[in-house]
Design a protein around this ligand. Structure first.
Ligand SMILES: Cc1cc2nc3c(=O)[nH]c(=O)nc-3n(C[C@H](O)[C@H](O)[C@H](O)COP(=O)(O)OP(=O)(O)OC[C@H]3O[C@@H](n4cnc5c(N)ncnc54)[C@H](O)[C@@H]3O)c2cc1C
Ligand code: SF4
Ligand code: SF4
Ligand code: SF4
Length: 500
């Protein structure tokens, strides 16, 4: 917690300002609910007493900081997030940006969106044409707050599920301090009798409120990153493939994901990885914690049904360092858990995030239906499924492969994937997918220094061979085009309470 030791300014803030902000923060409904439920939280045995106080500290620190940021911004005109982060110098710019997004959700700040149209030249079917494109500008301003204003408090995530936008990632269930949430691949239930309304599930949920503008602005502040509106901030892009024969037998594309995980485990950079294998129901993904490299090979290959990977993160607490593999919505969830309340007080053992590109996933029942209706095959005869070159492809144990246009299988995809804007996993340390690279190779985007180092070390160890994504065809232009299309077609999330 922030300490007030004397009359000196603390990061440019006077002790009086600090005391007022701390006092205001302590009135926050969410913090009080969490504090008052200490006994129930400890009884649930997810968090130790030390962890309980770490989370409480993180909540109070973040709320105090927000109250101070709010005061500094009163009376300002609408500003871009980057501009605000320069005005409020008392805190790191990325903290200020995340604070603005949260203050908006608490009802203190208004987001103003200006839409401009610009004309750009685009090549369409080989011909250069003038096309109109919309540009969106987001500015933020403190609202006129009436004296009797009560800040909005966060609902439990049943609101997200009832609004049919939940991506079933399972993160809320792992984070919930009293184990009130049960998530499966297609259901979410909250036990109202044990929920103590701390709102933590809502603040870490990737579908409750968007952090897209915050991520864009934070990435733009980091001048060491290259930046693209379509694939967001990155360090390098590569096309890569495994050199391991064992991995080649089980991989989906370049086998880069399994190779990176093998490198992490073998070099003891992590003690375990969270990945996905086939369950006893074939093609139904089952999230697993893998400690041994030989078990890793069972996780290779893409299962196109959605997995609730983050559901099992709370089972990884005995491990000091872990890596998590997941699709963009999951990486977004983990990132949100680091932004709110602040600094990932829940599962600090998550050291590496290996992200997969993802256009959509399918409910398990629909995968079976799709195989039956589109291919008229027994799903147990299928050795691999793939999406490539605009086709959905199944490979059979006979060696044969069958293809249908991707458009013919779109209707089997999950409804809630339509609210997803991220193809290339903006929030991973390393993102891996097939788009852009030749068959048997993966496109790789390194996004953090840690991720870039891991990738380069895996190349040095000769487990992976690699070249620049710029040197292969169709390469980065295709990847950016498809990523841009996904962002453009993404539906807006509207949260609505179901009438009882
Ligand atoms: C649902 C889904 C949709 C995808 N859509 C696209 C796409 O549109 N375009 C594209 O370029 N790439 C897409 N990918 C990524 C692509 O299929 C490969 O996973 C990626 O190229 C990595 O290949 P690899 O050979 O390096 O992985 P491998 O070495 O084969 O490792 C695969 C990893 O994926 C994990 N995994 C498998 N199934 C799931 C699942 N359902 N949920 C979470 N993790 C899983 C496994 O745990 C394993 O660690 C998608 C992946 C998934 C899971
Ligand atoms: S369900 Fe959500 S609001 Fe309720 S106790 Fe769990 S985390 Fe807190
Ligand atoms: S955290 Fe994930 S599982 Fe939970 S409500 Fe949000 S999207 Fe759904
Ligand atoms: S499209 Fe988005 S919401 Fe759907 S599985 Fe992929 S990352 Fe998750």
């Amino acid at each position: 917690m922030v300490q007030i030791a004397n009359n000196k300014l603390f990061m440019g803030i006077s002790p009086k300002e600090l005391m007022e902000a701390t006092y205001n923060a302590s009135g926050n409904f969410q913090i009080r609910a969490f504090f008052e439920a200490k006994d129930e939280i400890l009884k649930a045995e997810k968090y130790s007493e030390e962890e309980f106080y770490e989370i409480l500290d993180a909540m109070i620190d973040a709320e105090t900081e927000r109250k101070l940021v709010l005061e500094k911004l009163r009376g300002n005109e609408p500003l871009f997030l980057e501009e605000i982060s320069k005005i409020v110098k008392e805190f790191p710019p990325d903290n200020v940006i995340r604070d603005i997004i949260y203050l908006k959700e608490q009802g203190y700040i208004e987001e103003q969106i200006e839409i401009k149209t610009k004309t750009v030249i685009k090549k369409i079917k080989g011909e250069e044409k003038e096309v109109e494109e919309k540009e969106y500008f987001y500015r933020y301003q403190v609202k006129d707050i009436p004296d009797d204003f009560i800040e909005y408090f966060f609902e439990p995530v049943s609101l997200v599920f009832e609004s049919e936008v939940c991506c079933q990632c399972g993160w809320c269930s792992s984070v919930c301090p009293v184990n009130a949430i049960a998530v499966t691949a297609d259901t979410l239930e909250i036990d109202d009798k044990i929920c103590m309304k701390c709102g933590l599930c809502y603040s870490v949920c990737p579908r409750s409120f968007s952090i897209e503008q915050a991520l864009l602005s934070i990435n733009k502040l980091d001048k060491s990153l290259k930046f693209s509106e379509k694939i967001n901030g990155y360090i390098n892009t590569y096309s890569a493939s495994t050199t391991s024969d064992k991995i080649k037998k089980v991989r989906q594309d370049g086998g880069v994901v399994t190779s990176l995980l093998e490198y992490l485990l073998k070099n003891k950079l992590v003690d375990a990885v969270v990945a996905v294998q086939h369950s006893k129901d074939f093609w139904k993904p089952e999230p697993v914690i893998v400690e041994d490299v030989k078990d890793l090979y069972k996780t290779g290959g893409t299962k196109y049904a959605n997995a609730t990977t983050l559901n099992i993160i709370d089972k990884t607490k005995k491990f000091k360092n872990i890596a998590v593999v997941g699709v963009p919505c999951m990486m977004n969830a983990l990132e949100k858990g680091t932004l709110f309340p602040s600094g990932l007080p829940f599962f600090k053992n998550i050291k590496y995030r290996i992200g997969l590109f993802c256009m959509e996933s399918f409910p398990y029942e629909n995968v079976l239906k799709l195989i039956k209706e589109q291919f008229d095959k027994d799903y147990t005869k299928i050795t691999k499924m793939d999406i490539s070159g605009g086709k959905f492809i199944v490979y059979l144990d006979s060696g044969e492969d069958l293809r249908v246009p991707l458009n013919d299988v779109k209707s089997y995809a999950r409804h809630n994937c339509h609210f997803c804007e991220d193809l290339t996993c903006d929030c991973a340390d390393i993102s891996v997918g097939s788009i852009g690279s030749p068959s048997g190779w993966s496109s790789v985007i390194t996004r953090t220094k840690k991720g870039d180092k891991l990738f380069k070390d895996a190349i040095k160890s000769k487990l992976i061979e690699s070249q620049s994504l710029k040197d292969v065809k169709p390469g980065q232009p295709l990847l950016e085009r498809i990523a841009g299309t996904k962002r453009k077609n993404c539906k807006p999330i509207i949260l609505e309470k179901k009438n009882d």
